[in-house]
Design a protein around this ligand. Structure first.
Ligand SMILES: Cc1ncc(COP(=O)(O)O)c(C=O)c1O
Length: 449
């Protein structure tokens, strides 16, 4: 029996009515990928306020790796809500915060003593990781990447690359930020080819140290092991470890932004593990707590202890409900089954995407690490001109046909897959079949334009 059930036009009347109220009450700056209002969600299915059932290929932007309404998470939340919902860890500490820090230290890469700080969002965690790195090194600078995304608060936004809509109009930004090209091989900044390039993009960082900034002034390099918002760009094997060596050479701390790659998305709990890289500080959020607002900075104990008491914190950071959800998520990952499933889901999507590439000229590049799969659409395979409009068409058509999908990429031309890892093969195949039809329709529309 099919999972998708579309009973109304999309958006349906109830969603349209709510959208009118939303337009009057909520600023337009908060954009929506899709114009439907959610009413309920379970596993990989979302029901809207009109009773339509969709397959969720977005997971609230990579947050629902353990699936919507996981019974383990829901019962942990109920149990915690019955005990207490807030005392403020900086007023009265509680055990679940400490034990979560202990568990994350055990499961995160790096065989050294670690400590963990909890905050509320990915951006806040990035802010704190940089604050800690500055305090620990006494250096002001931060090195980051083109096409990187680290959040919308001002320091995180200063590290973020994409100009519109994220940065335009929000200047001035934080100073002492040095940005260099990422190993985005499909659009190599140096017009070279891997492996002949011998990592020209890493060599270029050394050159930037001669031309733009003294490496001795740089506290940290902030890097996503796979670019998320920037287009699911998977760097070649060896890239992250070369960045690690470069950091060690110059006394720069390596901060891995695992906010989107983390918690099983790539077939390992953290994507750094694929390269055997042990970052000094690792930032994670999103699927860490299955939708409860929780982010973590996990780092070398001596670095994490650099700021003095009171230098870190916040009213809600490590809220007990969020900690309870994260403990439940860790329980769910313990058997290793979700990690195996992540790889299997990714392989199934990739196999299908390769078939699309054989017949649909829009498909320019297919990239994957575990279940983090991106398909870059182009209007011309020779020039690789980004197919932004066609990508938008695919996303809109998919929604009308019952699949919640989101795009990524600096040029808005990458389809990204962030399904819950609990999705069944039947659900996945049903959603992929819908996407096949959407790609054909988008290509046909493009041909007559
Ligand atoms: C890699 C990465 N870093 C940082 C962030 C910001 O996280 P948040 O939206 O929780 O502030 C995101 C969000 O998409 C992200 O993908």
């Amino acid at each position: 029996m099919s999972a998708i059930s579309i009973r109304t036009e999309i958006p349906g009347p109830a969603s349209r009515a709510l959208m009118r109220r939303r337009e009057a009450a909520v600023p337009r700056g908060i954009a929506h990928s899709l114009p439907i209002f959610a009413a309920a969600a379970n596993g990989a299915r979302v029901t809207d306020v009109d009773g339509n059932v969709f397959l969720d290929f977005a997971g609230g932007i990579g947050v629902m790796n353990v699936g919507h309404a996981s019974p383990t998470v829901v019962s942990a939340l109920h149990a915690q809500a019955d005990r207490f919902t807030h005392v403020g860890f900086s007023v009265l500490p509680y055990e679940s915060y400490v034990s979560l820090a202990e568990r994350l230290a055990r499961v995160s890469p790096g065989r050294f003593p670690k400590k963990t700080l909890f905050v509320n969002s990915g951006a806040e965690a990035i802010e704190n990781a940089v604050k800690i790195a500055r305090h620990a090194t006494g250096r002001p600078g931060v090195l980051c990447f083109e096409d990187g995304f680290h959040g919308r608060t001002l320091l995180a936004l200063s590290l973020t690359s994409k100009v519109t809509p994220y940065k335009a109009g929000f200047a001035p930004f934080v100073s002492d930020v040095l940005r260099v090209p990422y190993a985005y091989c499909y659009r190599c900044a140096y017009r070279t080819q891997h492996p002949d390039c011998e990592f020209a993009c890493v060599e270029a960082i050394e050159q930037a140290f001669a031309r733009h900034a003294d490496p001795q002034s740089i506290a940290a390099l902030v890097v996503e092991p796979v670019l998320g918002e920037g287009g699911f760009v998977v760097p070649p094997a060896g890239y992250l470890s070369m960045l690690g060596s470069l950091c060690r050479r110059h006394g720069i701390l390596l901060i891995a932004d695992e906010i989107q790659t983390g918690f099983g998305r790539t077939g390992r709990l953290f994507a750094c593990e694929h390269d055997g890289v042990e970052p000094d500080l690792l930032v994670t959020a999103k699927s860490l707590a299955a939708g409860m607002p929780l982010a973590a900075v996990i780092g070398r104990a001596e670095l994490m202890d650099a700021p003095i008491p009171g230098g870190l914190g916040g009213t809600y950071g490590g809220n007990p409900l969020a900690c309870a959800a994260a403990h439940a998520v860790l329980d769910l990952f313990e058997s290793g089954e979700l990690l195996r499933r992540s790889e299997a889901i990714g392989a199934r999507i990739e196999a299908r995407a390769r078939r699309w590439a054989a017949t649909c000229l829009l498909v320019g590049d297919i990239r994957r690490r575990g279940a983090m799969v991106g398909i870059e659409l182009v209007t011309d395979r020779g020039t690789r001109a980004p197919a932004k409009r066609e990508t938008g068409d695919v996303v809109r058509l998919a929604c009308e046909r019952g699949v919640i999908l989101i795009a990524a990429g600096t040029f808005g031309n990458v389809i990204r897959f962030l399904t819950p890892l609990t999705i069944t093969d039947d659900e996945l195949d049903e959603g992929l079949e819908v996407l096949s039809g959407c790609l054909v329709a988008a290509a046909a529309q493009a041909a007559v334009r």
